[in-house]
Each structure stands twice: as structure tokens, then as C-alpha cells.
Design a protein around this ligand. Structure first.
Ligand SMILES: Nc1ncnc2c1ncn2[C@@H]1O[C@H](COP(=O)(O)OP(=O)(O)OP(=O)(O)O)[C@@H](O)[C@H]1O
Length: 217
């Protein structure tokens, strides 16, 4: 991955501009936390990044997760790689998953504490379990960089740490919208604070404390 750049990016809904003009660059290996109050523009910025960078290998874990509730955990995770396989293989997997795919996905599910949920329809899972399925799917997908919108908002304590560690191991380059400022400072190398659709803070995490981010809220 080379350095990625946004220049004077803007986003509007109807006549209303909610983001920008905003410029930033992202270097390989950077893990960026997007922080700011609700409605500041974090999700909008992530979707602008995804539009610009999906052809360069960006993978998205959206806030609404985008799971198919009638399909099993296994099949939702498998979907991360749908476009890598021929249609007939994907169709066959619906009825008879390949043992190699099951074994690979089982390893991921075990890491995320979902080993016993492999064949459970996602519609029967808790919010935190669904969030971990979406994390497993985007890890299975793979790519040059991760864009994740509140990837651990439904998880607490150890599970949020396990999930963030799995995501950042799989994607050394990432932009994560986070509402937990302490986690953001611990897991990310850089913090971008968004206020009213503009960048209000852009600093290495090691130069910031949680108190420095309070004015954003
Ligand atoms: N579909 C939409 N139509 C109109 N306005 C929208 C739409 N989606 C978002 N907005 C507006 O854009 C602004 C930025 O929203 P955005 O979802 O990017 O904020 P956010 O920082 O991600 O918030 P949160 O932390 O609550 O997810 C808000 O003022 C919001 O009301």
C-alpha cells in the first residue's frame, strides 16, 4: 500500500454540507482513531474514504454490520471472500461447505469467542456476538487497509480487547471510528478528532491524553 490521500473532500446530504473540505494523508502501518461527538461526521468520513480507496484494497466494517440474519455465522464470515471464488463454489458452499473453509473460519471464530455459534443464524445472536461476526467477516475478507465504524461498541472489557487485537493484527493499516477514547489511545498510533465535519485534532496518540480530547465532546 502506498500513502493514501484525501484532498478537499466534502460530503453533502441534499443541500447540507456535513463534511469538509477536508484533507489528510494516511501512511502504511498507521492506525488512526476517528473520535468526536455523535453527529460530528465520523461515519461520513469513513464512507468517503471507502468510496475513494476501495479499489486500492480498503475493506469496510460498517456500523450497521450488514449481516444476513437468516444465514449462519459461518456463511456470513465466508461472505467476506465471495468475490474471490466462482459463483458455483459460493452456491455449493450454501448447502455443503468445504471442510477447508470450515476449518479456516473455525480458527477465527475460536479467537473471537464464537466457536460454539458456527451454524447459528445471525438473527439469533446478541448484539455483541453479531459485532464479532462482522469483525470475523472483515478479517476473513483481508485487504490493504481496514475502515471500521465503531467496531467494538457493543463489546465490553476483554472481548473488546480481543476483537480490536484481532482486527489490528489482520490490518496493520486502519481507520477506526471509536467512542471509547481510552481504547482509541491504546490501540491507535494517531488520533483524528472530528468536530462539525472538520478535523479539529490530528496528533500521534502518544502525545495525547483522554483529557486533551474532552473539548471534542
Ligand atoms: N442519510 C443522511 N441524511 C441526512 N443527513 C445525514 C445522513 N446521515 C448522516 N447525516 C448527518 O450528517 C452528519 C454526520 O453524521 P455521521 O453519521 O457521519 O456522524 P458520526 O460522527 O458518525 O455520528 P455517530 O457517532 O452518532 O455515529 C450528522 O449531522 C447527521 O445528521
Amino acid at each position: 500500500m502506498t500513502v493514501l490521500a484525501l484532498r478537499d473532500a466534502v460530503a453533502t446530504y441534499g443541500e447540507v454540507r456535513v463534511l469538509g473540505p477536508l484533507s489528510l494523508t494516511l501512511a502504511p502501518g498507521e492506525r488512526v482513531a476517528l473520535v468526536g461527538r455523535s453527529g460530528a461526521g465520523k461515519s461520513t468520513l469513513l464512507s468517503v474514504m471507502y468510496d475513494r480507496w476501495r479499489d486500492q484494497g480498503a475493506a469496510l466494517m460498517p456500523q450497521d454490520l450488514g449481516l444476513v440474519t437468516t444465514l449462519s455465522v459461518f456463511h456470513n464470515v465466508y461472505m467476506g471472500r465471495l468475490d474471490r471464488h466462482p459463483w458455483w463454489r459460493n452456491l455449493l458452499t450454501l448447502v455443503r461447505p468445504r471442510p477447508a473453509d470450515v476449518a479456516e473460519i473455525d480458527t477465527l471464530l475460536g479467537r473471537l469467542g464464537l466457536a460454539d455459534k458456527r451454524w447459528t443464524p445471525c438473527g439469533e445472536l446478541s448484539g455483541g456476538q453479531r459485532q464479532r461476526v462482522a469483525a470475523a467477516r472483515v478479517i476473513h475478507q483481508g485487504g490493504g487497509m481496514l475502515l471500521a465504524d465503531e467496531p467494538v461498541s457493543a463489546l465490553d472489557g476483554p472481548l473488546s480487547e480481543v476483537t480490536l487485537t484481532a482486527l489490528t493484527d489482520a490490518y496493520p493499516t486502519a481507520v477506526l471510528a471509536m467512542h471509547d477514547v481510552d481504547l482509541a489511545l491504546r490501540y491507535c498510533t494517531r488520533v483524528i478528532g472530528i468536530q462539525d465535519g472538520a478535523i479539529a485534532i490530528d496528533q500521534p496518540s502518544q502525545r495525547l491524553s483522554a483529557t486533551d480530547l474532552l473539548p471534542l465532546y
